[in-house]
Design a protein around this ligand. Structure first.
Ligand SMILES: Nc1nc2c(ncn2[C@@H]2O[C@H](COP(=O)(O)OP(=O)(O)OP(=O)(O)O)[C@@H](O)[C@H]2O)c(=O)[nH]1
Ligand SMILES: [Mg+2]
Ligand SMILES: [Zn+2]
Length: 331
């Protein structure tokens, strides 16, 4: 039998009376104004109360997959969303800034890239930035190792750039690396799988589950791009954990801060501290440790350019957010 703990509830996350706990449900998938929840007693179909609907001003505040909600005793409506202990968010509307919660209450986020054609380090850095902001632990998972037998150097380079993140390589075809992934499926933890379309997220989930939970798409041979087979986010029970399958993302707008930029580019942050001037801009200043590292070949100039680009993007996002807050404060 399921208990709240089996559904991934963590004691201490939010103090609730026993009465309210009886009314908790976890969102397993979302539709147009409808939600599927799971409770220790079984699944339920839910809608928002009118009151809650009215109180919601942005999409970010709507229930997302992985959310915990308080329902009425008949389990038909959602009365309240429990504050999230973590959430993986992207910005969907460019300059308009609209936060979309990809998944909530996560322990880990598997940032998935396929080793054959999808490997794109600037994109990976964007995912890592948002992942550090989420409150969950990012893990880099490189799929389709069977198609790239000579990928050891690439994997090593990624590990070197992200010393604080586990980098795992796997193949759903040969089974390589699946045991290391399985070891993480314990204690009813919640893990979201994110990345582009066609990189094997759903295939990986099926392999880990040992059964077909999700449909998978065959790749068009000409361009090896995905087909957007998965179209909704789903919370799935796999071993002793909850995996969230997500549709492949084309656009991935930043939602993070400067602090996480340094966490994502630890090597660059460390070097910057060694520059002679505290306010070094790393252009032509004497004693610039970053320029020296680029000249010596220990830091890739492309990686530094990527860092600067993300820094500008974050500064711009921060400015827009501050302007928005100012506008809201005005009477
Ligand atoms: N060779 C090889 N092919 C794989 C592997 N994993 C997945 N594939 C193939 O890649 C294709 C896409 O896999 P999916 O699991 O549907 O990809 P997805 O990431 O879920 O894609 P979306 O749902 O569109 O986001 C399928 O044809 C799979 O058979 C792998 O490890 N090796
Ligand atoms: Mg899929
Ligand atoms: Zn410098």
């Amino acid at each position: 039998m399921n208990t709240l703990l089996h559904l991934g509830w963590q004691e201490g996350h939010e103090p609730l009376s026993d009465e309210k706990k009886q009314c908790l449900a976890r969102i397993i998938t979302t539709g147009q104004n409808t939600y599927q929840g799971l409770t220790p007693a079984g699944p339920c179909h839910l809608k928002l109360t009118g009151k809650l609907s009215h109180a919601i001003s942005e999409k970010y505040d709507l229930p997302a997959v992985g959310d915990w909600v308080i329902t009425d005793p008949q389990r038909q409506v959602i009365q309240q969303i429990i504050p999230r202990r973590s959430s993986f968010v992207r910005n969907v509307a460019g300059n308009q800034d609209q936060r979309q919660v990809i998944a909530a209450n996560l322990d880990e986020i598997w940032l998935i890239m396929s080793l054959n054609h999808d490997l794109n380090l600037p994109r990976l850095n964007r995912y890592i930035l948002n992942a550090w902001d989420s409150g969950a632990l990012p893990v880099i998972v490189l799929t389709k190792a069977d198609l790239m037998p000579d990928s050891a150097e690439t994997v090593k380079a990624i590990q070197h750039e992200h010393p604080g993140i586990d980098v795992l390589t796997c193949s759903a075809k040969t089974g390589l690396g699946l045991d290391s992934l399985r070891q993480r499926l314990t204690n009813y933890r919640t893990i979201a799988l994110v990345g582009s379309s066609g990189i094997g997220k759903s295939t990986l989930i099926n392999q880990l589950a040992g059964t077909t939970l999700q449909l998978t798409g065959e790749i068009r041979l000409d361009d090896d791009r995905g087909r957007h087979t998965t179209t909704s986010r789903n919370l799935l029970a796999v071993q002793e954990a909850w995996l969230i399958d997500t549709p492949g993302m084309r656009e991935f707008g930043l939602w993070s801060t400067d602090e996480h930029l340094d966490q994502t580019f630890e090597d660059i942050a460390d070097l910057a501290r060694e520059c002679r001037f505290n306010d070094c801009r790393h252009s032509n200043e004497p004693g610039c440790a970053i320029n020296q590292a680029i000249a010596e070949g220990t830091l890739s100039s492309l990686r530094f350019k990527d860092y600067q680009k993300l820094q500008r993007e974050l500064a711009y996002l921060d400015k827009r957010q501050r302007d928005k807050q100012k506008k809201q404060k005005r009477p």
